[in-house]
Design a protein around this ligand. Structure first.
Ligand SMILES: NC(=O)c1ccc[n+]([C@@H]2O[C@H](COP(=O)([O-])OP(=O)(O)OC[C@H]3O[C@@H](n4cnc5c(N)ncnc54)[C@H](OP(=O)(O)O)[C@@H]3O)[C@@H](O)[C@H]2O)c1
Length: 284
C-alpha cells in the first residue's frame, strides 16, 4: 500500500492517477475526506499532519509514503508523519521538499522549513528520498484573473530567471520513485527544461492564448500587498516574497536532467504546460 498525503492538491492529485494507472494500491489522505473527490479505487483516510493522533490509522499497513506538507509548521508536520511511519514499520518516505533546501546559500524561510522537515524524515530511521523541485509552472495560474480582466500580468523581479517545473512532472517522478527500487538516500533537484524571466513567460502565454498580453514589473512591496489581499498570512507572504527574490540568484535558473532521467521523457516546457492549461486563462 502506498500512502499519498496532499492527495487533493496540485502534485498529489496527479500522483494518485499515476499510481492507479501503474496498478499500485493507494491510500490518500485529506483533512476533509467528504470533499476529497478522489477516484474510485483509492482508499481515502482522514489525516491532519498537525494532529499526531490522526496519523497511526493512516500509515497502518503502508510500505511507502509520499509526504507533502506546507506552511510555517511543515517541519513539525513532517516529524509527526515520520514518527508515525517509523512506528508502523513503513519502508520508505518520499518527501516533496524544495529545490531551495539544497542550495547552501539559501536563507529564505521556505528553504529553512524544508531543511528542518528533511532532517526530521532522516532522523526517523525510515529510508527516504527527497524530491526538490524549483518553482512550479502552476504558480502562473495566479495571473489568470488579471489576464482575463485587463490582458496584463503584474509580477516583480523582472530580471529574475527560474527553470520552473510542471507539477505533473514532479508527480511522474514521484510515481517512479515510489514504485521502483534504487532511490533510497537520494536527493533529486527537479527543474523544467529552460529558465525564463517573467517577461518571457508572459510572451509565451500571449502566443499560446493568442492574446495581446502586457507584462508590468511591480515592486516587491506591491507584490507582497497583493498576496495579503489574496488572503495569505503575513508570515507566508514574507516567505513567498523571499522565495521569489531568489529568482535573481543563479541557483533557481539551474536546469537539471533529473526529470528526463527519472521518467524517460523530456521535462515539460512552459509552452506545453500553458497549452494544456489554456482554458484556465480564458474568459469563462
Ligand atoms: N509552488 C511552488 O513553486 C513550489 C516550489 C517548490 C516546492 N513547493 C512545495 O510543494 C508543496 C505544495 O505542493 P502542492 O502545490 O501540490 O500543494 P497544494 O496544491 O497547495 O495542496 C496542499 C495539499 O496539502 C494538504 N494539506 C494541507 N494542510 C494539511 C495538513 N495540516 N495535514 C494534511 N494535509 C494537509 C491539502 O489537503 P486537504 O486540504 O484535502 O487536507 C492539499 O492536498 C509545498 O511543500 C511547497 O513548499 C512548491
Amino acid at each position: 500500500m502506498i500512502l499519498v498525503t496532499g492527495a487533493t492538491g496540485t502534485v498529489g492529485r496527479t500522483l494518485v492517477d499515476h499510481l492507479l494507472a501503474a496498478g499500485a494500491p493507494v491510500r490518500a489522505t485529506s483533512r476533509r475526506p467528504d470533499r476529497a473527490a478522489l477516484p474510485a479505487g483509492v482508499e481515502v483516510a482522514h489525516a491532519d499532519l498537525g494532529v499526531p493522533e490522526s496519523l497511526p490509522g493512516a500509515v497502518r499497513g503502508v510500505r511507502q509514503v509520499f509526504l507533502l506538507s506546507d506552511g510555517p509548521r511543515l517541519a513539525e508536520h513532517d516529524a509527526n508523519l515520520a514518527r508515525a511511519a517509523a512506528r508502523a514499520g513503513v519502508e520508505s518516505i518520499v518527501k516533496l521538499s524544495s529545490g531551495r533546501a539544497g542550495d547552501p546559500g539559501a536563507t529564505d524561510p521556505i528553504a529553512g522549513w524544508h531543511r528542518a522537515g528533511e532532517a526530521a524524515v532522516r532522523d526517523s530511521g525510515v529510508a527516504w528520498t527527497m524530491l526538490r523541485p524549483l518553482g512550479f509552472m502552476a504558480n502562473a495560474l495566479a495571473w489568470a484573473g488579471s489576464i482575463r480582466r485587463e490582458r496584463t500580468v503584474h509580477a516583480p523581479f523582472a530580471a529574475g530567471r527560474a527553470a520552473l517545473i510542471d507539477p505533473a512532472d514532479i508527480a511522474a517522478v514521484a510515481a517512479r520513485v515510489l514504485t521502483e527500487p534504487g532511490h533510497h538516500g537520494r536527493e533529486y533537484l527537479l527543474t523544467g527544461p529552460q529558465a525564463h524571466s517573467p517577461g518571457e513567460l508572459v510572451t509565451i502565454l500571449a502566443e499560446v492564448l493568442a492574446l495581446p498580453l502586457t507584462y508590468v514589473a511591480i515592486s516587491p512591496e506591491v507584490a507582497r500587498e497583493a498576496l495579503l489581499e489574496h488572503g495569505l498570512a503575513p508570515v507566508m507572504a514574507d516567505a513567498v516574497m523571499a522565495l521569489r527574490a531568489a529568482s535573481l540568484e543563479d541557483f533557481g535558473a539551474r536546469v537539471t536532467p533529473a526529470v528526463a532521467q527519472l521518467t524517460g521523457r523530456p521535462a515539460t516546457s512552459f509552452r506545453s504546460w500553458a497549452t494544456r492549461n489554456r482554458e484556465a486563462f480564458l474568459d469563462g
